[in-house]
Design a protein around this ligand. Sequence first.
Ligand code: ATP
Length: 868
Amino acid sequence: MSEFYKKSSQEIFKMLNVTEKGLRSSEVEERRREFGFNELSEEKRKNTFIIFLEQFKDLLIIILLIAATISGFLGELESAIVILVVVTINAILGTVQHVKAEQSLQSLKKLSSPNAKVLREGKKVEIPSNELIVGDILYLETGDYVSADGRILDTFSLQVNESSLTGESDSVVKINDSIDKDNVAIGDRKNMVFSGSFVTYGRGTVLVTDIGMKTEIGKIASLLKSAKEKKTPLQESLDNFGKKLSVIILIIAALIFALNVFRGSDIVDSFMFAVSLAVAAIPEALSSIVTIVLSFATQKMAKENAIVRKLHAVESLGSISVICSDKTGTLTQNKMTVQKVFVDDKVLDSDKLDKELELQKRLVLMSLLCNDAVTIERDEIGDPTEIALVNLGDIYDLDELIVREKYKRIGEVPFDSNRKLMSTLNKVENKNYMITKGAVDVLLNRTSKIAKSTGVEELSNQHKQDIENINRDFSKQGLRVLAFAYKEVAEGENITLEDEQDLIFIGLIAMMDPPREESAEAVKNCISAGIRPIMITGDHKITATAIAKKIGILQDESMAMEGFELDNISDEDLKKRVEKVSVYARVSPEHKIRIVKAWQEKGNIVAMTGDGVNDAPALKQADIGVAMGITGTEVAKDAAAMVLADDNFSTIIKAISNGRSVYHNIKNSIKFLLSGNTAGLLAVLYASLLALPLPFASVHLLFINLLTDSLPAIAIGVEPHNENIMKDKPRNVKTPILNKSFTLEILIEGLLIAIGTMTAYHIGLSSGDELVARTMAFATLCLSRLLHGFNSRGKESVFAIGIFTNKYLWLAVFIGWALLSMVLTIKPLMSLFEVASLNGIQFSIIYGISFMPLILIQLYKILFVKKN
Ligand code: ATP
C-alpha cells in the first residue's frame, strides 16, 4: 500500500472509506481494533521479578550470601536464615524503589507526549498523537510533529523537515497533486508526509494512510530502543564518590577481618562480619535515592504546572542564574484587546469608532480576512493577536466566518516571526486583493501609497513620519501595534514573499496585552533569589520597554536592545554588553541562541523560554529550555527540558524553588546516610584497634542498614519546601556536593554517634556480659541513627524548620523504632537477632545516650546557625 502518492485525494478517501467529515467514533473504535495504537514498539520493559533478582547482582551481597550459607552448614543455621531474610527484605525494598522510580518516569513521558489535531465527526479536536488512526484527517501547522504517514489533501505553503527519514536537512515544499510515476523515493513523494518529520512552515491537511510500525519510520526502526534516562550529573558524581568510598570501606573491612583472625576468632565468622560491615557501610542506596527524590519532585512540579521532561533538569533548575523569557503570554496574559485605531489621519479609541465610515470599515474587514482566528460562541481559537481583531469585528457587526465565506481566500503567505508579516489573497467582487498585516516598522518599508477617505495618495515622508509618531505614541502605552496594507493583484496569480511590497497603507490597530498579575511579584522573587530576568520579544522596543518597566525587569541601570543592533555586533562585543541589557526587542529566534551563549560564556546557568519551531536550537542550547504548553509548538516542547502547562513566568520561579529544595534535600539525605555509616565503621574500628570483643553481630549491621537506608533517607529527601531557599543565591554548579565542610560535618556527626555507641558498649561490658554489651551498642547505634534523621532535615534547628512539618520522617522513625523494640523485647526475635534481655536501667541508658547526638546537634544549631 505504499503507492498512495499515485492516487488522487478523492481515490484515497474512497480507498480508506472515509468522508470529508472525518471518522465517526464508532469507526475509530472499529479501526483501533484493526490497526492498534499509533506507536512504535519499544523494547519490552523488565518484569518485576527480574528487577528483584538484579538486587542480588552486587558482588558483596553474593559474597555475603555465600558466607551465610557456609556458616549455616557449619551449624549457625539461625543467623544464616536471619541474614538471608534481611537481605531479601532489602532486595524487596530495592525493587519497590526501582519500580516506583520507573513508573514515575513513565508518567513523566506520558505527560510530555505530543498531541495531534484531527477532524472527527465534522469537528476539529485535539487528541494524543498515539490515538491517530488510518483514515483520520490531520491538520498540520508550523511547529507540529507529523506523527503518522499521510497523503496531503490541502497545502498552504506547507514545508516539512524530513531529515530524520532522509537525512536531508532542507525543508521539502509539499504539493497536493498526485504523482504519476513508479518507484518514487520517499524524499520525492511531495504529496505525502511521513511520521518523524516536522512542519517548518505553512499549514496543510492530510489524510492518514499509515500509523505505528507500518509508517516509513516504523519500518526503518523496527525496534525503537527505549530512550534510557541518562544519569544526572549528581548521580554520576555520587557514583564516582561511591566507588572511591567502597575501596576505603573494603580496606577497613579487610583490616578488621585480619585483626579478628589474628586474635584467634573463627575465620568464617570473622569473614561474615567483615562482609556485613562492608555491605552496611557502602551507601549503595545513594543513586536510587536521588532518582526517587527527583521523581517525587517532578510529580509535585507537574501539579504546579511545570512538566519536567528530563530528570537532570530538576537538578540544574536549582542553579539557574539567568532566565531569558518571552514577553507575550509568559510575562503578559496573552489576552489582547484592541484599544486604538489609526485610519484616515485620525486616532480613535476602540469604543468610539464610527461604524459608518467607509475606510474604518474596510480596515476592520481586512483585519478579519488576513486572519486565521475564529470565535465560536465563547470559544476563541487562534492567535490572541488575531482574536483581538475578530472581537473588533463584532463592533462593526462583521462576523469573521461570513466575511471569509463572501470574500474567499485563494492564497496566503503565512505569518512567521522572522518576517513579522502575514499576507492573504482574497477575492473581492471579481478582483483579487492581497492584504498584508504585520509589524509597523517592517510593513511601512513595503508601502508606497496610502489610502484616505479622499482616495489613494503617494506615501510621502511626512505621512511616514506621522505614522511612526503615532506608532511610538501607542507603543509607549505598552500597546502592540499592527499595520495593515493591501494591493490589487492580477487575476490568476498567486502571491509569494516577493509580492509583499508596493502596498497601500490603510491603518494601524493597537492592542493591549496586560502583564499577568503575578508577573511583577515573580520578577521580584527572581531578583531577590539572585537570578537575572531578561525579556526577549518580537514586539516593538518601546512596547517591550513599557511592559518591562511595569513588571520590574527593566531597572535603572539596565537597557533595551533591538535585534538589528545584535546583528551589528560580534559575539565578543555581545559578551561584554550582555550584563547591561535587560530587554531585547524585535528579535528573531536566531538571536536567542546568541544571547544564551553570551550569558553562558560568562559562567551562568541559563533558562530560555520558547514556543516556535525556530526556537528549538536556542531551547537546546540553554541549560534549561522551557517550552510553552499552551501556545508552544510540538517541536519546541520536544527540544525543551521543561514545559510550562500554563505558559506562566511565575511557574518557572516556582520550579526553580523546587529545584533548589530538591538539591538541598538530596544533600541532607546523603549526609544522613554517610554520617550514620561512619558511626558504625568508627565504632567497629575502635573496638578492633583496642582489642575489645566485636561490638555488633553481622545481623545487627544488616538490620540497621535495612532500617536507615530506606524509609528515613527517602523521608529526608522529600522534606517540604523551605521558603527561605529563595533568599539564597543560585548554587554554583562547579562546587562539588561533597566539599570539605560537608565532609567534615559528616565526620563530626558520625563521631558523635560513635562515641555514644561506644559509651553504651562500655557500660554494657562493665556488667560482665558481652552479649548485653553488644545488645546495648546495637540498640544505641540503631536508635541514635534513626533520631539523627531529625538533625539531617536542614541547616537550621527543627524548631526553626517546624517540628512536625515532615510527617514522613516521623513515620519512618516510628516504624524503625517499633521494629527495633520488637527485636529487643520479643523472645523468638531476640534469639534470632542475637540480643540479650535488658533491664530497665540498661534501656534507660540506651535511650539517654541515643538522644544525646540529637540534643547536642540541635543545641548547636539553635545557638550558632544564623536564621535566614
Ligand atoms: P514574544 O512571544 O517573543 O514575546 P511576540 O509574540 O510579540 O514576542 P512575535 O509573535 O514573533 O513575537 O511577533 C512579532 C511581531 O510580529 C509583533 O510585534 C507584531 O508586530 C507582528 N505580528 C504578531 N502576530 C502577527 C500576526 N498574526 N500577523 C501579522 N503580524 C503579526
